[in-house]
Design a protein around this ligand. Structure first.
Ligand SMILES: *[C@@H]1O[C@H](CO)[C@@H](O)[C@H](O)[C@H]1NC(C)=O
Ligand SMILES: *[C@@H]1O[C@H](CO)[C@@H](O)[C@H](O)[C@H]1NC(C)=O
Ligand SMILES: *[C@@H]1O[C@H](CO)[C@@H](O)[C@H](O)[C@H]1NC(C)=O
Ligand SMILES: *[C@@H]1O[C@H](CO)[C@@H](O)[C@H](O)[C@H]1NC(C)=O
Length: 294
């Protein structure tokens, strides 16, 4: 009897230690047309007035599979530091995010971007989240959506760290289609002067004059899905939005990793170009957390 009771105690402790799990929030007060799903992870050791990190999956993924993916480090970050993470799940077939329609590319336009904004508002209201510490990250299609959210809901977000995306508005569909692939953009042929990319952002939320999230942009030089030229277009876009020069204020070679190059544009824009790395650049939890101030 002695041996089994020890096992029972051990089993009980193990259950308590792993109580937190990814949970769907079916009613998050979504008033967008988009039916994106909201999932949340609240670690056992959640801190008071918690920061919030919104983690946006890539195509062919979901909130649940992204959460379980060992290469996506945000569950570990959440467990270690006690912050809450929200994991949106795409409603579109193939599960890419809609970064092409007018609805998603405008503030309160009703698309996927508004659904995610509603998730942020719900989390702030419901979980004692600090509204001044809301962060967004994502890879590939999730990185494209991160750029779109920075443009459409700048008032909600303090900082963005995105891996292998395209400039906000680059995937626009000329015919207004929802969730359309754009070969010109993915292939790196959608190029524009900095001022024009800036206008694309300003036009997504006309009249907005408040603060904007600072942008950390990662891209691989061997990206065969979203051409490396998209890195240049993103840097042009966000430096222009912040009224910064396209010449870095400092660069650091071989940081944060051998072959990577970090370019700083003041405090608001940072580019990290990964030599020889394809699609997508693996997320670096430490570097993104530092950018967020976590
Ligand atoms: C949807 O919710 C947002 C955020 O609360 C609000 O600003 C907006 O007016 C609402 N829009 C509609 C159409 O209800
Ligand atoms: C693709 O996006 C570019 C802007 O990046 C736009 O000019 C073009 O019309 C789009 N292509 C289609 C087929 O909608
Ligand atoms: C950039 O400059 C314009 C014009 O002076 C100003 O309205 C805007 O707030 C500035 N943008 C940022 C992000 O500081
Ligand atoms: C992640 O970035 C940090 C610096 O922020 C660096 O020390 C670390 O080595 C990087 N990790 C990897 C795997 O590149």
């Amino acid at each position: 009897m002695y041996f089994p009771s020890i096992l029972a105690v051990g089993g009980f402790l193990a259950t308590v230690a792993s109580a937190a799990s990814l949970t769907q929030v079916s009613n998050y007060g979504n008033n967008a047309t988009s039916k994106a799903q909201m999932w949340v992870y609240k670690p056992d050791n959640v801190v008071a007035n918690s920061p919030l990190v919104v983690v946006i999956h890539s195509c062919q993924s979901t909130a649940q599979s992204y959460f379980q993916n060992n290469l996506i480090p945000w569950k570990q970050g959440s467990d270690k530091k006690g912050y809450i993470t929200v994991w949106p799940s795409s409603p579109n077939s193939g599960t890419c995010w809609d970064v092409s329609s007018r609805q998603s590319l405008s503030h309160l336009g009703g698309g996927d971007s508004q659904a995610i904004a509603n998730m942020i508002l719900y989390a702030i209201k419901t979980y004692d989240v600090d509204p001044k510490r809301v962060y967004v990250t994502g890879g590939s299609s999730g990185a494209m959506m991160s750029n779109v959210l920075a443009a459409t809901y700048p008032e909600l977000i303090s900082a963005v760290s995105l891996y292998s995306g395209v400039a906000a508005g680059c995937f626009v569909s000329a015919s207004g289609g929802v969730d359309q692939w754009n070969n010109s953009c993915s292939g790196g042929q959608s190029r524009a002067p900095a001022d024009q990319w800036k206008k694309v952002v300003l036009d997504m939320y006309p009249g907005y004059t408040g603060p904007r999230p600072k942008m950390q942009i990662w891209h691989g030089s061997a990206d065969g899905t979203l051409a490396p030229q998209n890195y240049e277009e993103e840097i042009k876009q966000w430096t222009a939005v912040f009224n910064l020069s396209q010449t870095p204020t400092s660069t650091v070679q071989n940081f944060p990793k051998q072959g990577y190059k970090t370019s700083n544009y003041g405090d608001s824009v940072q580019g990290i170009y990964a030599q020889g790395v394809g699609h997508s650049v693996p997320a670096n939890l430490t570097a993104s957390e530092i950018w967020f101030g976590l």
